[in-house]
Ligand binder design. Sequence first.
Ligand code: 5AD
Ligand code: FES
Length: 352
Amino acid sequence: MQNLIDKLERNNDLTDEEFIVLLTADSPELDACLAAHARKVREKYYGKDVYIRGLIEFTNHCRNNCYYCGIRRDNPNAQRYRLTMEEILTCCETGQQLGFRTFVLQGGEDAYFTDERLAELIRAIKKRCPDCAVTLSIGEREKDSYAKLFAAGAERFLLRHETADKVHYESLHPAEMSFDHRMKCLQDLRDIGYQVGCGMMVGSPGQTSAQLLQDMRFLQKFQPEMVGIGPFIPQHDTPLAEYPAGTAKLTVRLLSIIRLLLPQVLLPATTALGTIDTQGREKGLLAGANVLMPNLSPTAVRQKYALYDNKICMGEEAAECVNCLAKRVASTGYKIVSNRGDHPAFASKKNL
Ligand code: 5AD
Ligand code: FES
């Protein structure tokens, strides 16, 4: 096992068979060893720094119907909301005062937010917070739309691929959604010049190790700047409500493997990981993750952005989350820093 991990660290690669061994082993020693190697690599590039991204969940209207997601179109129990431009800008200003230098605008695929409205919003954020990066997480759009938003000042984009296996993708999404289109979107974003994030759910219903291997191969090929992964967590109003959640153990192990595959990647310990395990985010940081994405959305709308059940930090104001996170991060020996935290390949002139 030790030599497999050494090899992965050295080559950022393994054979299919070797990957499957890492993905399927049931060994606390293996997990500890993977985490130690992943930490070493993360510290080589990022030292003890943890970057924070302020997440603003600005709309839960969504035209899509993903089987796993609580804000899917056909969930009649989702209470729909949209933040106004002023509300979003207030979130950013609060965030900036708390030390955030990146805002992630995340929402469902909401037709109200046309290119024009989003471009105006992005320009307004950049005007008020010129030293901050704007990340979009708004799903699939056409290439010219992505290009307009980039021109307006957005510099990063998160679009999880969810799974790199087409058949598995089709089991998680209705026929009207296309795996190939999602992949095309990722390539378009890359071609336009965004820092791009992809990622998958871990333990989604029916997911196999062979499919996770495909995810690893996709990450190697696509070389994203950011990778967001989290356990699948059932949401009670969705078609996948009865399936078991993914595990923290496999999610944390995958964080380590991804750090060794893509040494400089920006890798969050996600809210979903903190939801299935109270120490999940700390475990993630100690296994190679270097980013946290606390919620800056107004508390009044928090519970309405319920992608999955039992999500943490529902009542806490932004400042409370930052204080809580600062303590959690301190317990790992790492520290939150207040800068944009661009990917090193994009960072030269941007990081403060
Ligand atoms: N469990 C875990 N993650 C989920 N997401 C959506 N629904 C769920 C769920 N039930 C994730 C998807 C999506 C991201 C915004 O949230 O990966 O891309
Ligand atoms: Fe939100 Fe701990 S991070 S309360």
